[in-house]
Design a protein around this ligand. Structure first.
Ligand code: F6R
Length: 365
């Protein structure tokens, strides 16, 4: 049932404050300012030298954000790979390692094959899945469930942000166990995670400004997305969503990578989405943005009020989000990224919930 929405995707985008609340309440204890990850006893993070993560598509991009978190908060290196590459690469996996798989459906063939490979090699298997009775859930030693509810739209939205919520909690849990997150830090970070549902409500309010951008965007044939740090995976996610929903060719790049090639693409016809909250690396991203502006690129800056004030007049359009704590940013910034793709596709008249050539669950490789 789509309720009052035109598409399941719109409904699922708007459900995010609620399902993020459900998911977070399972993984954080706001009253005691602690993370609590049911099932995490299965893994001793203090003994690990690395984590392996493998997934496909948007779930892979959630894993890419998690790499930044595990490395920053738990000082734990992450080897992440696309499942279809991982499964055939003959990666050395040792007994006692921890391998984590991320999947909304829990049925993705390549992710499942990667899981089985790690299991055969003696790794402990963890899975972030949305469907608890799925094959990936059944074959895992420990399941970290996302409480996103059924996701009908083919493009993953609420499952992605709920995956991020679970992964953030897991990274902090690992950090606590490894002694790299102090009690005081944990308190602040848990409060930051607890603020996410409310911030998501506010972030959804930028929908009107996004709709206004989408009409001109629906007439272009290429677009770029740029971001640094955890906003780099979001740039990839923005490009993936735009491609799959509106069939506009789009690429995401790490902002610093621009001058190593893709800047040659910039001209006055190229829309460039820059994802840059006013955080510790904002200045770096803005200097990349200015390089784009100097070459005539049409910039849409997705930022907060401080970021907008500090951006000079390089951006043609600015989408302003609430101020967010750093750990919450990838979750909150996912919302405008999803809405850009959604509204562009609506203007183009494509089948938003069932884009051509795509299936919700990819059970063949
Ligand atoms: C993109 C999208 C896909 C899925 C991918 C993995 O919007 O939805 O890229 O994320 O097919 O699917 P799951 O998470 O079911 O393993």
């Amino acid at each position: 049932d789509k309720g009052n929405y035109r598409h399941f995707m719109a409904k699922e985008i708007h459900e995010q404050p609620e399902v993020l609340g459900h998911t977070l309440s399972r993984y954080i204890d706001l009253g005691n300012s602690r993370v609590k990850v049911p099932g995490a006893e299965a893994v001793d993070f203090s003994k690990l030298n690395r984590i392996l993560i493998s997934a496909c598509g948007t779930a892979y991009l959630a894993g890419l954000v998690a790499k930044y978190w595990f490395e920053k908060y738990a000082r734990l290196p992450v080897d992440i790979d696309i499942a279809s590459e991982f499964r055939y690469r003959e990666t050395p996996v040792a007994k006692g390692e921890f391998a984590l798989f991320i999947s909304q459906s829990g049925e993705t063939a390549d992710t499942l094959a990667s899981l089985r490979y790690c299991k055969e090699n003696g790794a402990t298997i963890g899975a972030v899945v949305n469907v608890p009775e799925s094959t990936i859930a059944r074959e895992s030693d420990v399941v970290f469930q996302t409480i996103a509810g059924p996701e009908i739209g083919v493009a993953s939205t609420k499952a992605f942000t709920c995956q991020l919520a679970v992964l953030a909690a897991l990274a902090l849990h690992a950090g606590r166990q490894r002694g790299t997150v102090s009690e005081a830090q944990e308190k602040d970070l848990v409060a930051a995670l607890g603020s996410i549902p409310g911030l998501a409500v506010q972030a959804l309010k930028c929908e009107t400004s996004i709709e206004a951008l989408a009409l001109p965007l629906s007439r272009v044939s290429n677009a770029l997305y740029l971001g640094r740090g955890t906003n780099f995976p979001l740039a990839l996610e923005g490009a993936l969503k735009l491609k799959e929903l509106s069939y506009i060719h789009a690429e995401g790049y790490a902002a610093g990578e621009l001058k190593h090639g893709p800047i040659a693409l910039i001209d006055e016809n190229m829309p460039v989405f820059v994802i840059a909250p006013h955080d510790s690396i904002y200045e770096k991203t803005v200097s990349n943005m200015q390089e784009v502006a100097a070459r005539g690129g049409r910039i849409v800056l997705i930022t907060d009020q401080k970021g907008a004030d500090a951006s000079g007049n390089a951006a043609q359009n600015t989408v302003i989000l609430p101020d967010v704590p750093e750990i919450a940013a990838p979750i909150i910034y996912a919302l405008p990224v999803q809405m850009i793709a959604y509204h562009t596709a609506v203007f183009m008249g494509t089948d938003v919930d069932q884009p051509r050539n795509l299936a919700k669950s990819v059970t063949v490789e």
